[in-house]
Design a protein around this ligand. Sequence first.
Ligand SMILES: Nc1ncnc2c1ncn2[C@@H]1O[C@H](COP(=O)(O)OP(=O)(O)OP(=O)(O)O)[C@@H](O)[C@H]1O
Ligand SMILES: [Mg+2]
Length: 441
Amino acid sequence: MTDLDENPFNTTDPIFKQKQILKKDEMPDKIFHRDDEIQQYTIALEDIIVGHDPNNVFIYGPTGVGKTAVTLWMRNKLKEKAAETGVPLNVVGPINCRNYKSAYALATALVNDFRPPDDQLPNSGYSTDKVFDFLYQEIENAGGNVLIILDEIDNIPPDARNDFLYELPRAEANENTPITDAKIGLIGISNDLKFVDVLEPKVKSTLGEREIKFGPYNANELNDILEYYADMAFKDGVLEKDVIPLAAAFSAQERGDVRQGKRILQKAGELARMDGKEVVTSEHTHEATETVETDEILDYFEQDLTSHQAMTYLAAALAVIEPKQEATTKRIYKLYSSVAESVVSRVKSERKIYEFLDQLSMQGLVRSAEQNLGREGGRRYVYDITDDPRDIIEAARKSSYNNAVPSNVDEMLAYYLEEEASEYEAPDISDQHQENLWKFT
Ligand SMILES: Nc1ncnc2c1ncn2[C@@H]1O[C@H](COP(=O)(O)OP(=O)(O)OP(=O)(O)O)[C@@H](O)[C@H]1O
Ligand SMILES: [Mg+2]
């Protein structure tokens, strides 16, 4: 019975002082364990300050290891020093390529970064070439050193790779552009190591003039970093002493990623609150680590991916766990079609599936391997998923694609994981009824 005269809301939080510290990627006051990277970065950018031409710099490493945070700090310090010493410098960005779906959109964003608010380019109306002309003109007008920072370049629209990562940094040497005085430097940041492999060699060598690798953090490093955030986020004395080391050890084992560590702490704190406790225990932390992976994948389903990418991702996971079948593009398309039908969404053509898989691969969610078909010739692609299929299925179930999860998926998962408890019998692939293998709800 609930007495409706009572107000159920608490006015104070016994656990968190500032929860948003754990939720958001805000610029920290301190950066831990990146002294070597900062030194290399400084040397690469210092040329501008001492009067040389800017270098192109390529920053790479897995997700959540400080690439953006360190870049923001370096940018601010560089601007400060340039202003102090009278070195002409214009910095554009970081602009996150993930937010732009075409070369046109990205070029427009760059132009508008130079321009005042009352002189912005519209989102359509010109040719892409024309927008590039505007961009070159803005760069020339700015003059001096122009440093352009593009973040998450693995998400750069495929039609924009050459223009931004090759033509743009060389525009000053290109006679067809109006640029004569300005000196361009490009900083490109990527968390997909395979991204570099797909670039043409000339693009690779232009962008990779200076390369700085940000490796994953180990458990000790993560421990220091998480302590710093926990201090700001939690009330004094609410964390049992094992909580931070456990979160650090778990994240170090997974990816060496600060964001994940912060998420575990947040979740552990929330679990403690739900329990009505005033301390966060190691049990809460263990429990938090169990759902953190699923929660991350859920974010992909609900926020980061378009609906067709999300359905392709689910289809790829299903194709991977499906017994006695390889996850070929063709098979993934078939499963994608069933998934799309069951969420009553328009099914895209088979041609599009290549694009979706390519985008998922850019996000590091799927991996492809090329197979030669031997004497008959030809090749085909077989896919794998990078996360645990149990986590993907679990996340899909919590997502708006819940209806598209086949009813017999657990049996297949059990079979895939070779659990003895499985009574599932894998169908014979020579049987024509493969399409009926999945019972979609
Ligand atoms: N060495 C560090 N010291 C303090 N905070 C850090 C450090 N490394 C990362 N962080 C924090 O972790 C979060 C993620 O870092 P950041 O955004 O820089 O990751 P990233 O490498 O750019 O990841 P992605 O490739 O996903 O963009 C941010 O809140 C950042 O401030
Ligand atoms: Mg980043």
